[in-house]
Write a protein that binds this ligand. Structure first.
Ligand SMILES: [Zn+2]
Length: 507
């Protein structure tokens, strides 16, 4: 064991799409005895705050790197969303039109290993030499990837057990892995298909507890439990929208044609759940449009009339919020414009986020014209940050972790400074789920995750196992704190790209 270390190895288990509130309620009901056993003798947090948008990628990438999206040529994971358009900065001179990254495509998920770029490091790349194991963790850079022959949740954690029993199967020196990451995507599949309140989803979470119980037994049998940290978390929570709506006719009527990356033609590219991310053609498809270009946009599908896209998008049913960046933004400094349509009065409320600095040094200031767009004024701690001063990510997380629009002031600049970001974000605040991807409405599920509301933004964090791990209950923390915490337990310091801090350093 390293001199400053508390454990020899860590196992990080990510159950996709498990809301903090749901997991801790199941624990209180006595339905998750094995996870509870780990939690009772270790670190717990019922308000571990994930990244915005609260979708699998970037949230899962942010757990593995300890970083957020950002201006990836210099900093950040560079993965702004589950879908993005590859616009570069400066705009690429290549003739080829920018591609659409969609991680749902066959084998698309593995592309994340390159997409995160060289300015961030995975947890494996930050922990010195040794054996590193990814049990179906698709972001595996720096480790040995292994998966079960049959793609089942049960067998994914079993792979970690197998390797603890027989490390020689994949590691020549026969040493057990210093870091193992087990990632279970199946919980997410069932959440979208059937919902967080469906017995099939709940039973799978209960089953995961059993697999974790089996893993604990193997660790005890192999006498490794006492110097292993087991961390259990999720990438995001979830919510149920009230309505679905098919947006295909809406865009057709406006004369807006979906972008086709094969030929570089079309007016827009979009993906919309409860939150929508929209890209529009600028000077070319390699360029982001200016605000003026978006105010006077000429769609290719109609005659001569031009559209004010901000007005057009506000006509989408349920749209309440709209965010977009200033034309002169740089990675180091800029402004994000915020608009909210008041439900009752129909009044348009305006605000802005100003930011400076990159990575963990980014600071942001939120201000508004007449009324607060996020109801922060109602809450003492959040209201205290509306003081016309710039604040850090930790200040925003601390002040908003128990309310809606968690940390959105910090997260929007990190999103928009990325050349791969969209041009306009709209939000129905979870009222609608559009299931719209790149010109097509796909399905009619009401269950989603993407919004900055607490139910979608908070995940469970539990770290236990070795008796050397302190017993600690945190009021809040961030998913980017997981990497520095696990590294500290192993006796390593995180890479400078890491935005989070060890939870052992929280007051
Ligand atoms: Zn997910």
């Amino acid at each position: 064991m390293r001199k400053s270390a508390k454990v020899n190895q860590v196992i990080l288990i990510i159950l996709d799409d498990v809301r903090a509130e749901h997991l801790f309620n199941l624990m209180r009901e006595g339905k998750l005895p094995n996870i509870t056993q780990i939690a009772e003798h270790g670190i717990i947090c019922e308000s571990c705050v994930t990244s915005f948008p609260s979708v699998t990628l970037p949230c899962y990438a942010d757990i593995i790197t300890g970083s957020n999206s950002g201006y990836y040529p210099k900093e950040g994971s560079g993965v702004p969303n589950y879908h993005w358009l590859n616009r570069t900065d400066p705009p690429s001179e290549k003739k080829k039109p920018p591609f659409i990254r969609n991680y749902s495509k066959r084998r698309g998920i593995f592309k994340i290993n390159k997409d995160i770029g060289s300015n961030v490091k995975t947890i494996f790349e930050q922990a010195g030499d040794g054996n590193f194991l990814s049990a179906t963790s698709f972001l595996y850079r720096g480790s040995t990837f292994t998966t079960s022959k049959e793609f089942k949740a049960e067998l994914i954690l079993k792979r970690i057990e197998d390797i603890y029993n027989n490390p020689g199967e994949i590691f020549a020196d026969k040493e057990i892995p210093k870091i193992s990451v087990g990632y279970i995507p199946h919980t997410d599949h069932l959440m979208h298909e059937r919902g967080f309140d469906h017995p099939d989803y709940i039973n799978l979470v209960l089953d995961c507890d059993k697999y974790i119980g089996s893993l604990i037994k193997t660790l005890k049998d192999t006498e490794t439990y006492k110097d292993t940290a087991i961390c259990i978390t999720s990438d995001h929570g979830n919510y149920k929208a009230q309505k679905v709506y098919d947006l295909e006719p809406f865009f057709q009527e406006k004369g807006l044609r979906p972008y086709d990356p094969k030929i570089g033609a079309g007016d827009f590219d979009a993906n919309l759940g409860g939150v929508g991310f929209l890209n529009f053609k600028g000077d070319t498809w390699q360029h982001h449009p200016t605000i003026n270009q978006m105010k006077n946009f000429k769609p290719s599908g109609t005659g001569s009339s031009s559209l004010d896209l901000f007005k057009t998008l506000s006509e989408i049913p349920g749209v309440k919020l709209m965010y977009y960046g200033d034309d002169n933004n740089t990675p180091e400094k800029g402004i994000i414009y915020l608009e909210r349509r008041d439900d009752k009065s129909g009044k348009l409320l305006k605000g802005r986020i100003e930011y400076y600095g990159i990575g963990k040094n980014q600071k942001t200031r939120y201000s508004f014209e007449s009324e607060d767009l996020f109801s922060y004024v109602k809450y003492e701690e959040a209201n205290a940050l509306l003081d016309n001063k710039f604040h850090t990510i930790d200040e925003w997380v601390g002040a908003t972790s128990q309310i809606d629009f968690i940390n959105i002031i910090d997260q929007l600049p990190r999103h928009f400074k990325n050349p791969r970001s969209c041009d306009i974000i709209i939000s129905t605040v979870g009222e609608y789920c559009f299931n719209y991807e790149h010109g097509k409405t796909k399905g009619s599920s009401l269950y989603s995750h993407d919004i900055a509301l607490k139910k979608s933004m908070t995940v469970p964090l539990i770290i236990g196992g070795s008796p050397k791990i302190p017993i600690l209950e945190l009021n809040y923390c961030k998913t980017t704190d997981i990497v520095p915490t696990l590294l500290e337990l192993l006796g390593f310091k995180p890479d400078q790209s890491v935005v989070g801090k060890s939870v052992l350093d929280y007051d």
